[in-house]
Design a protein around this ligand. Structure first.
Ligand SMILES: CC(C)(COP(=O)(O)OP(=O)(O)OC[C@H]1O[C@@H](n2cnc3c(N)ncnc32)[C@H](O)[C@@H]1OP(=O)(O)O)[C@@H](O)C(=O)NCCC(=O)NCCS
Length: 264
């Protein structure tokens, strides 16, 4: 068994190791080896990663390092908890394996840029991605074009006022009508939240501003005022060009994906 100091050992750069092949085939087989699961979904590619299981396998066999870039290491260096850092590293490896599998290995080690307050992106890669982590799981979404936001939440108690539960469900019901949500059920409030958060990640407006745009919280900047008579009306005015869908995941989790609509 590895010691905790090994768990927190700095990860190396992405120079290919002797005997390590970075091909689409090796990416596919490594995704299988870390038990990453493709989640069926129309319009984008989704993969669910058990970060804890992936971390353990990647570290035990020293398989992750060739896929991580300097930009990943810079992001990882900002995560203080060594265990969380190793789990997050496993997610970034999985993302790069998905990119290699979909687009070819030459795109898999592109630098990841993280503009302040905006979604990270892979420089020069002809695809967009978004990540969400909750509990020990991570959800990775990749689309060939447009914008994408994903959000996943592990089911849990939601300490929130009845008023805010109702507002969140009202907004989420406008974003996606595929399943009616009930404000007094924690599971439904979390589902509603994932619709809103995935929307905010796709638009790039951030969760705070999105909640304000929808009239769920106070708008900090009067110039950003959204016209409309209530939460549902304000949310509807933000929606054109985007499609929001719930994602079917294993029991114990809820998730949603927002994408830009394909132009005819
Ligand atoms: C950053 C934010 C998207 C994180 O969401 P979260 O529920 O805490 O965490 P999740 O695990 O679902 O998502 C985190 C991932 O989203 C991605 N992300 C980070 N910022 C993002 C943004 N602005 N838009 C879209 N995706 C973003 C990253 O890949 C991140 O994971 P990583 O750091 O490991 O790469 C969300 O809290 C947010 O919108 N914050 C902005 C707050 C805000 O409104 N600030 C106003 C001033 S900018």
């Amino acid at each position: 068994m590895k010691s905790s100091s090994q768990t927190s050992a700095p990860l190396r750069t992405n120079a290919p190791e002797p005997g390590v092949s970075r091909t689409a085939h090796s990416a596919r087989s490594l995704l299988a080896r870390i038990h990453a699961r493709r989640v069926p979904h129309v319009g984008c590619v989704l993969w669910l990663v058990d970060m804890e299981a992936a971390r353990s396998i990647l570290q035990r066999h020293d398989l992750g390092a060739p896929w991580l870039t300097r930009s990943d290491h810079r992001r990882l260096a900002r995560i203080r908890d060594p265990h969380e850092r190793a789990r997050r590293a496993a997610t970034y490896v999985a993302l790069r394996l998905v990119v290699a599998h979909l687009l070819g290995p030459r795109f898999a080690t592109a630098p990841m840029l993280r503009p302040r307050g905006k979604a990270p992106y892979l420089l020069g890669v002809p695809a967009v991605f978004n990540l969400s982590h909750s509990g020990s799981l991570a959800l990775i979404g990749v689309a060939r074009r447009g914008r994408i936001g994903v959000d996943m939440e592990v089911k849990r108690a939601v300490p929130m006022s009845d008023r805010n539960r109702a507002r969140i469900v009202d907004a989420a019901t406008i974003l996606s009508r595929e399943r009616a949500l009930v404000p007094h059920l924690d599971r439904d409030v979390l589902q509603a939240w994932t619709r809103i958060e995935s929307f905010s990640k796709a638009t790039g407006r951030g969760i705070n501003r999105t909640l304000a745009d929808f009239g769920i919280r106070a708008q900090q900047n009067p110039r950003w005022h959204t016209p409309g008579t209530g939460v549902a009306d304000k949310a509807a005015r933000q929606l054109p060009d985007y499609v929001v869908r719930d994602v079917r995941l294993p029991a114990g989790t809820v998730a949603a994906v927002t994408r830009t609509l394909a132009k005819p």
